[in-house]
Design a protein around this ligand. Structure first.
Ligand code: KIV
Length: 285
């Protein structure tokens, strides 16, 4: 049984107000169709740069461009969301300077209509977060396992297994909160550290692989729908769409081969008037 959430438009203040209260529900979407399905159930829809690995077959998120994010961001925005729409700033488009980050972020907000941007980085990016926030760009920070940094860090490693890592990540969390981020994604963080961060900073933490001790949770939608054979330990599959799609496609192929599709009901005949198809929401016509 699904719980439909209230249909008021989420904003930065309402997400911040969920600190320590009702958990923030977040998922990714890259298309209007998926966003429309998610919207009644979630507080935040993230157009993540995971679009590069999930939809475009890249091995990492590093090749994703600002144009890619804008293309998918505009598609999602067309779903007219009640959820807060957040779009990732991709690798190579913000790190050089706060000014570069502002150019990228303002372009993303102007060209998509998104509510906020998400940016990877802690202490190092805190001055950039402050620069953006002071100029009217709401920022969701992203610390812990940072997929854009995998080349530098040597892979997808869980953070917080050593004392030094715990001290560094706590500093990252405090820095982004003090810089004015309205929330922070904690990715791949051990439970005790996620709990300590959530307890000590005054902005909501949104965990992915970071235990229940966060103010909210986010997952890549295609992961939780079971579209991939392999996923990280922290993913729970709430459906097995890969098998559902595979079975449906196998049925389709069999029925085309044996001639049972299309049948009379799916065929236009000259002696019956053709009902015009609606222009929108007509199954892709
Ligand atoms: O790119 C993405 O989808 C993300 C989420 C997994 C947090 O950053």
């Amino acid at each position: 049984m699904s719980a439909i959430r209230p249909s008021r438009k989420r904003n930065i203040a309402s997400i911040r107000a969920q600190k320590g209260g009702e958990p923030i529900i977040a998922l990714t979407a890259y298309t209007a169709m998926m966003a429309e399905i998610l919207d009644p159930h979630v507080d935040v829809i993230l157009v993540g740069d995971s679009v590069g690995t999930v939809l475009h077959g890249h091995e990492t998120t590093i090749p994703v461009t600002v144009d890619d994010m804008i293309f998918h961001g505009r598609s999602v925005a067309r779903a007219n969301l009640k959820a807060l729409l957040v779009i990732d700033i991709p690798f190579g488009s913000f790190e050089a300077s706060p000014e570069q980050a502002y150019q990228t972020a303002s372009r993303i907000l102007k060209e998509t209509g998104a509510d906020a941007v998400k940016m990877e980085g802690g202490v190092t990016q805190a001055p950039t977060i402050e620069f953006l926030v002071n100029r009217g760009v709401p920022v969701m920070a992203h610390i812990g396992l940072r997929p854009q940094a995998v080349r530098a860090t040597g892979g997808y490693r869980i953070v917080g297994k050593t004392n030094d890592e715990c001290i560094d990540l706590l500093e990252d969390a405090r820095a982004v909160a003090n810089a004015g981020a309205f929330s922070v994604v904690l990715e791949g963080v051990v439970e005790s550290l996620a709990a300590e961060i959530t307890r000590t900073i005054d902005i909501p933490t949104i965990g992915i692989g970071a235990s229940p001790d966060c103010d909210g949770q986010v997952l890549v939608t295609e992961d939780m729908l079971g579209m991939f054979d392999k996923t990280a330990k922290f993913v729970r599959r709430f459906a097995n769409l890969r098998a559902v799609i595979s079975d449906a496609v196998s049925d389709y192929a069999r029925e085309v081969r044996d001639g049972s599709f299309p049948a009379e009901a799916e065929t236009y005949s000259a002696d019956k008037p053709v009902t015009p198809l609606p222009i929108k929401k007509s199954g892709g016509q």
